[in-house]
Every structure is written in C-alpha cells, then in structure tokens.
Design a protein around this ligand. Structure first.
Ligand SMILES: [Zn+2]
Ligand SMILES: [Zn+2]
Length: 342
C-alpha cells in the first residue's frame, strides 16, 4: 500500500457517499392516467396501424423550440471518436445547443418536452456535473433559461399539463428546478428511465441529485401501453389520438424516448440524445456516451428505417449545432394550418 492510496481511497469513499443518495426527493410517482385505449398487444403482434394512415390525419400542433444555452462536449458524449465513419471535424470538443420544446396541442393543452440546461448565473455560467465522473461546461444568458423564455411567451409553468423529460441528464432536465419552484408540474418519463435515476449511484450514468431531486410529481409511461408500429417497433401513442408518439430510444440512457409529432405540415421527429448530431443518423454512429452500445445502435437503426420510409419527415437532433446556428432563441417548428376560408 503506497503512501498516497489512503487519501485517495478516503476521498473516493466520500465522493461515493455523496453520490450514492438513492432517494431523489419525496416524489409522488404514479403511472400516467391511461388516456390511451389499453390496446396492449403481445410482443410479436402485427403493426397496429400504418404510419401513412396516421400521417394522413395530422393534429393541429404548435411546436416551439427554445434554445436554452450551450454545452461544451466532444466524442466522450456526442459521437464515437474511434468509429471509422466519424468525420474528422466531429472529433473535437465544441459548443452545442440545448433545446426545450413547448408543444401546444389542439385539445390536450400545453406541454413541454425537455427543460434544457440549468439557469445561468450573472456571469453566464450554467456548468453542471461532478468531478471526477464528468463535468460539463455550460453557458447561457441570464434570460435564456426555460422559465424566462416561457414567461416571455406569456406561459407560466402552471399552464403546462406536464413536462416530458426525454432523459434526466443535466442538459435536458436542468431547467426542472426553475419550473418546479412554484406549484409542482408533473414530470413525464418512462418507468425505465425513472428506475435508472433511482439506482444506487446515479451519477455514474450522468444523473445528478441536485438536478433530479425535488418534490415534483412523476408520471411514468407504462410499456404495456405500447403498440407495435412499422419500422420503430413498440411505441406509445401518448394520447391515443395519433398526435404524439414516444419511441423508446434506449442506449444513451436506460429509458430515454424520442418523440414523433404528427403535425400539420408534416411529421416532426425529435431524436433527443439517441442522436446528438445529424451524423449519428446519417452515418449510423452511436453516441459517445452510452450505457448499452448495442441498444443505442438498435435505436439508431429504428430511427434510420423510419427516416428512409418518410424522407420528408423533419428531424431535429439532440444537439446538432448546424440546425440552430444563428437562430433566434425561439423557433417555431410546426404551426397549425390556418382555417380554410368558407
Ligand atoms: Zn444525454
Ligand atoms: Zn443532451
């Protein structure tokens, strides 16, 4: 035993103690109200519907992207650096945008998909993470956090039916604290993701107590509500009306979903971190950070198959900088068609 091993062991032990807080606060955790018809199908069942028929009946959805800040990341997180298909120019650290999406549904109300990065301090710093496991530099203006941008649009957190969190990494759930500072807004997640967050050492997989903790109610989407659909396998028709679909997208985390919006003007796919960058889908390259690489690749294959079948589908990736370069903070991705004249 060397002279230096004891302090290292001690500090690691302390680090693990502070990381190992298994309780993420006094959450009220319940399944989401079964608003969808309980047409749970056996795993090998034929597809419930064709996407062509679903897309022929689009919903009046308004999707507004809020660019909440930028995080600094590279191949450890965004895309495999040692993959021969990865372009050289993606093998360096770069500032990438972190997005929250406000969704207005014609009959189901307002909801948020992801909450973006934590609010920045007055120096524009919103760093998160915990050394030595990971540490993510983050920058934003003080009025760029999700709550401030919603307020600028006249939306209060209590106007939201729920906040759906694709997965609980700090650049997606970082805005939860601000949203939950008043009356609690239900947080929608999958049973698998919530189980991962509540594992013994969640920081190993990128979950931080200070971001995920709190007392907000949690509503889990039950896998038994999933239906078999072409190209993507078992997916959840969130409201049972074909308007918003959650596509299990595990691999980067244990319970992440991607979301497909059946909007007028054409379907919109938000991959979240199943593909941080467009190159992941275009060149079939998994994210740099994965908890299960095979699952991440299988997820990519499903999204690639859906894209191949519907080339006009618009895709927004988790953190693709070229999709947001020079964009104002608020970007309308889908708006309802104006009513046709009499
Ligand atoms: Zn992530
Ligand atoms: Zn991310």
């Amino acid at each position: 035993v060397s002279d230096t091993s004891l302090p290292i062991a001690l500090s690691l032990g302390l680090a693990l103690t502070s990381l190992g807080c298994a309780s993420m606060g006094a959450h009220d955790v319940r399944p989401l109200e079964p608003t969808a018809p309980p047409h749970a199908a056996p795993a090998s069942s034929p597809p419930a519907q064709r996407w062509e028929d679903v897309f022929a009946r689009p919903a009046a959805l308004r999707i507004t992207a809020l660019v909440t800040g930028q995080v600094y990341a590279g191949t450890k997180i965004l895309i495999e650096g040692d993959n021969p298909r990865t372009p050289e120019l993606l093998k360096h650290d770069q500032w990438v945008p972190s997005i929250a999406y406000l969704v207005d549904h014609e009959s189901r109300g307002r909801m948020l998909f992801d909450a973006g990065v934590p609010a920045a301090d007055d120096k524009g710093v919103c760093d998160f993470g915990r050394w030595p496991f990971f540490s993510v530099p983050c920058r934003a203006t003080t009025d760029q956090n999700v709550v401030a941008q919603l307020a600028a649009l006249g939306v209060r957190p209590t106007d939201l039916r729920f906040v759906a969190i694709s997965h609980f990494h700090g650049d997606h759930a970082g805005g939860l604290h601000g949203l939950e500072s008043g009356a609690p807004v239900p947080v929608l997640t999958t049973t698998e993701e919530w189980a991962a967050v509540n594992r013994t050492f969640p920081a190993f997989e990128g979950y931080l107590t200070e971001i995920v903790g709190g007392a907000y109610p949690v509503r889990t989407v039950e896998t038994r509500r999933a239906v078999e659909m072409p190209y993507v396998g078992r997916v959840v028709d969130l409201f049972g009306d074909g308007s918003i679909w959650l596509i299990p997208a595990i691999g980067h985390s244990r319970g992440q979903f991607s979301a497909l919006f059946n909007a007028q003007g054409g379907p919109v796919l938000l991959t979240f971190d199943a593909a941080h960058l467009a190159a992941s889908v275009e060149l079939r390259i998994p994210p740099g950070f994965v908890v299960d690489r095979d699952a991440a690749l299988a997820t990519l294959d499903r999204l690639i198959a859906l894209r191949a079948a519907f080339p006009s589908m618009r895709i927004f990736y988790g953190h693709e900088p070229t999709q947001w370069a020079g964009k104002p903070r608020v970007v309308a991705l889908a708006t309802p068609r104006p009513p046709s004249p009499e």
